[in-house]
Design a protein around this ligand. Structure first.
Ligand SMILES: Cc1cc2nc3c(=O)[nH]c(=O)nc-3n(C[C@H](O)[C@H](O)[C@H](O)COP(=O)(O)O)c2cc1C
Length: 276
């Protein structure tokens, strides 16, 4: 497929983007990517796993501080216990490869002690930088894995019960999970999920969301036409009823109408972070 066709498929809109741009496998893999939650019962070769981790840790890192780490789960019982932490994540158990990506501000604090320097940046930025490093490393793992045909899905639901997860992983102070990551060979073709139009997400010179409502209304219609969510699959019908129009914005605002993970800030503080 040409780059132009891949872009049209991703946004569900006719566009000239991609015309005249030479395709390569990196671009086409990224444009056609999708999360995968169902895997063949076939292991990922260890040699490949090592290359994927090496790729992940080739990601850029804030100030070269290298504040990401990953806990690879090889103990199947532990994988099941982590899956059981949320009622919607039983599929994690079937992932041939499972890991939890973490922000790690512990290492630099230990090294400050080792080099006999004060750690004078104990504020919100320390948490933010470690979280961003971990997210970029995880995404780099995903891009590498998808380039060889593996399917991946990040799982922040593993943080639904953050304390038990942290105990399970024996996380010390200043280390915190950002998301689990399931990896395996896809056992079915899944649908590409349309993205918001670039007019909504790219601002030129200054922020401008004056067209947001119109843009999202159109986007909702495009997604609805493809996804055709049956009324029985609408989110929390008992609370919100059945909506005649059930697009992305209705789905996601229903999700965020219910508090979740409200204890995360407390957990992060308990891990030693000063969030001021
Ligand atoms: C940080 C992060 C956390 C995620 N957590 C979950 C999760 O807990 N459960 C899940 O099924 N998908 C999770 N996803 C996958 C998203 O639902 C998915 O990326 C989104 O629906 C768009 O679909 P696509 O990746 O197929 O384009 C997560 C993605 C990211 C980036």
């Amino acid at each position: 497929m040409t780059i132009n066709k891949l872009v049209e498929q991703r946004f569900g809109l006719p566009t000239k983007i991609g015309n005249g741009v030479t395709s390569n496998t990196t671009l086409s893999n990224i444009l056609a990517r999708r999360s995968c939650r169902s895997y063949k019962p076939k292991p990922v070769p260890e040699k490949l796993i090592q290359v994927l981790f090496a790729s992940a840790f080739s990601a850029p890192s804030k100030s070269d501080l290298q504040q990401a780490c990953v806990i690879r789960i090889e103990d199947q019982d532990k994988q099941k216990r982590i899956a059981d932490l949320s009622p919607h994540t039983t599929w994690i158990t079937k992932a041939p490869l499972f890991m939890v990506w973490c922000g790690d501000s512990r290492r630099i604090r230990r090294l400050s002690e080792m080099r006999n320097h004060p750690f004078a940046n104990d504020h919100l930025d320390a948490f933010m930088n470690a979280a961003v490093d971990a997210a970029i490393a995880m995404q780099t793992f995903i891009v590498a894995a998808e380039s060889v045909g593996l399917g991946c899905c990040p799982v922040s639901q593993v943080r639904d019960q953050i304390k038990p997860l942290s105990v399970e992983l024996e996380l010390p102070r200043w280390v915190f999970p950002i998301a689990g990551l399931c990896v395996g060979w896809p056992d079915r073709e899944t649908r590409i999920s349309l993205r918001l139009p670039l007019q909504t997400t790219i601002h030129t010179n200054s922020y401008d969301d004056s067209e947001l409502v119109e843009q999202v209304t159109d986007y909702d219609r495009r997604r609805e036409a493809i996804e055709k969510t049956p009324p029985t699959q609408q989110r929390m019908v008992e609370k919100f009823g059945v909506s005649a129009a059930y697009g992305w914005s209705e789905n996601r605002t229903r999700q965020y109408a219910i508090p979740a993970r409200a204890g995360f800030g407390r957990y992060v503080r308990d891990q030693g972070f000063n969030l001021s």
